[in-house]
Design a protein. Structure first.
Length: 115
């Protein structure tokens, strides 16, 4: 699962029955997450992995992350919010590109269903 939030960009995967990796490409994103969660988790560094930084959580930790991130939603425009945040604004171009790609998929899907 990819999560693009005002605190960072995360990829969350389940590795075992009760083990989840919350992964990030930028260490600050995980530091932000740990701060809002008040978690005491170690940020692991895997230098050769596609997502270099990660924390490990159990299912309850995963649920807590989701609840806390949902509770932090207080803006009406995601890209506008990202542009306001000093430690996230560097991602704005990437988010615009993702937005454009997904809008293109929507247009293609709409075109197919209209025929």
């Amino acid at each position: 699962m990819w999560l693009a939030t005002q605190h960072g960009f995360y990829s969350i995967v389940q590795k075992d029955a009760d083990l989840y990796f919350v992964r990030a490409r930028i260490r600050q994103d995980l530091e932000n997450l740990l701060e809002i969660l008040d978690f005491d988790a170690e940020i692991l560094v895997w230098p050769t992995a596609d997502y270099r930084y990660r924390i490990q959580v159990d299912f309850e930790g995963f649920l807590e992350i989701m609840v806390q991130l949902a509770g932090q939603l207080e803006y009406s425009n995601f890209k506008g919010r990202i542009g306001e945040l000093q430690d996230q604004a560097n991602k704005l171009g990437a988010y615009h590109r993702i937005w454009g790609l997904m809008a293109g998929l929507q247009d293609k899907a709409d075109h197919v269903t209209e025929q």
